[in-house]
Design a binder for this molecule. Structure first.
Ligand SMILES: [Zn+2]
Length: 420
């Protein structure tokens, strides 16, 4: 048994101080005063939440272990307050058959210090115009499907994939990018791209494929999930589709909520990701969509890379930034403390919505009977984001040096502390 004393928890839209008693991976009691001799952790008034959940991470193993491993990625996740993540399948080998997916799940279990769930690939090798054995993969444990990193280029492949995902009763998460509209772009198309002399990616590459997919999703009844939504038009399309009864959910990344292309002042690839940072109007639309529920959840798209890879220019560096160790902290500081949203709404978007939408076996609140996957955050003191504090192998973040609140004090998985 372990007792967490003096934790602030969310209850009936308020923060209240409670003691939380854990036994055998489960919360067994939450009360104003519990006494226990022995294993007592004094939370000293810090904020205790059900562990954060991220439906979009890249842990790079196998195939790209120099960028991240399941061990380093899951330690980074725990350091950010996450207890359940879903890992993308752009690995080598790609988990695109039931056998490979089973192997990947075994690796995730063996090396993960948190719960690492796995996406299966929609297409063999993520790029073909065929679809994988998605029903077979779901029967061995795929929680969802995606070709993330690449858009599904043909409508027919997407239609077949959606039909299989619907039959498997699993979400299909789409990285939206029509390659015929990409034009080798590396940054959002517009004034900033022109100023820096870099080729641009228009928002149309995302939103035109989204429009196609929403029509197909309606026809198939699949649970269709929009990965890293980034444009005003995309938000409007999702809003319209939801009103039409399409089973669609959407995620937005912390960087698209907090940065826009005008924050890129020079050729610095720490700001290079896909989709790119968009304009101010897009950023405001994303915040509005997150507030009104059009966008269901926050996902980090944690994408670690080697230091020398990201030291290259915008034109040659790989897309992607890390995010799992800084997301709650950045959003708590810049959305909650600044008054844009409540802490309760942030937790809804970072815990409750992903658990419910992806039907994950993870807790959504602090109460007796829930699994003891927990995270404790210091909301009172600020600190500076520094790569030396990262557990991730990836140090590629545009947020280095930012002053934030919400440092993770401790993270519990199955009732045991995995980060402190
Ligand atoms: Zn993606």
């Amino acid at each position: 048994m372990q007792l967490i004393k003096n934790a602030k928890i969310l209850k009936n839209h308020e923060l209240v101080t409670r003691d939380v008693l854990i036994d055998d991976k489960v919360i067994i009691q939450v009360a104003e005063n519990i006494e226990l001799l022995g294993d007592v952790f004094d939370a000293k008034g810090a904020f205790l939440s059900a562990g954060l959940v991220d439906v979009h991470v890249h842990f790079r193993e196998p195939g790209f272990d120099y960028k991240e491993t399941i061990a380093s990625g899951s330690k980074a996740a725990a350091n950010g307050g996450f207890t359940t993540v879903i890992a993308m399948p752009n690995l080598n080998p790609v988990p695109d058959t039931p056998e490979r997916l089973s192997e990947q799940i075994k690796l995730n279990k063996r090396h993960g210090v948190i719960h690492v769930e796995q996406y299966g690939a929609v297409s063999p090798d993520l790029v073909s115009h065929q679809v994988s054995d998605m029903v077979g993969m779901s029967s061995v444990g795929a929680v969802a499907f995606s070709n993330d990193g690449k858009g599904v280029q043909t409508a027919d492949t997407m239609l077949q994939g959606m039909m299989l995902a619907a039959r498997a009763d699993r979400p299909l998460a789409a990285h939206l990018e029509d390659e015929s509209l990409r034009h080798e772009g590396v940054i959002n198309a517009g004034g900033q791209a022109d100023k820096l002399g870099l080729p641009g990616i228009t928002g149309l590459a995302e939103s035109s494929q989204l429009a196609r997919d929403l029509v197909l999703a309606k026809a198939t009844g699949v649970h269709y999930h929009v990965a890293h939504i980034s444009t005003q038009t995309s938000v409007a399309l999702v809003r319209m589709a939801k009103a039409e009864g399409v089973h669609v959910t959407a995620e937005v990344s912390p960087h698209h909520l907090l940065l826009s292309d005008t924050d890129i002042h020079e050729d610095n690839a720490q700001f290079k990701m896909n989709p790119p940072l968009r304009g101010q109007v897009d950023r405001q639309a994303l915040i509005a969509g997150l507030l009104d529920g059009t966008i269901d959840m926050i996902a980090t798209d944690h994408a670690p890379h080697g230091t020398s890879e990201k030291a290259q220019s915008f034109k040659s560096a790989p897309f992607g930034i890390t995010g799992i160790e800084t997301s709650f902290q950045l959003l708590y500081t810049h959305l909650v403390r600044s008054g844009v949203m409540t802490l309760e709404t942030l937790i809804q978007r970072m815990v409750v919505a992903p658990v419910q939408a992806f039907k994950l076996r993870a807790p959504t609140s602090i109460q007796a009977g829930e699994k003891a996957d927990l995270a404790l955050f210091d909301l009172e003191n600020s600190y500076q984001i520094q790569t030396t504090e990262f557990k991730s192998k990836g140090k590629n973040s545009p947020f280095i040096g930012w002053q934030v609140y919400g440092k993770t004090i401790a993270t519990w998985v199955d009732g045991k502390i995995v980060a402190q």
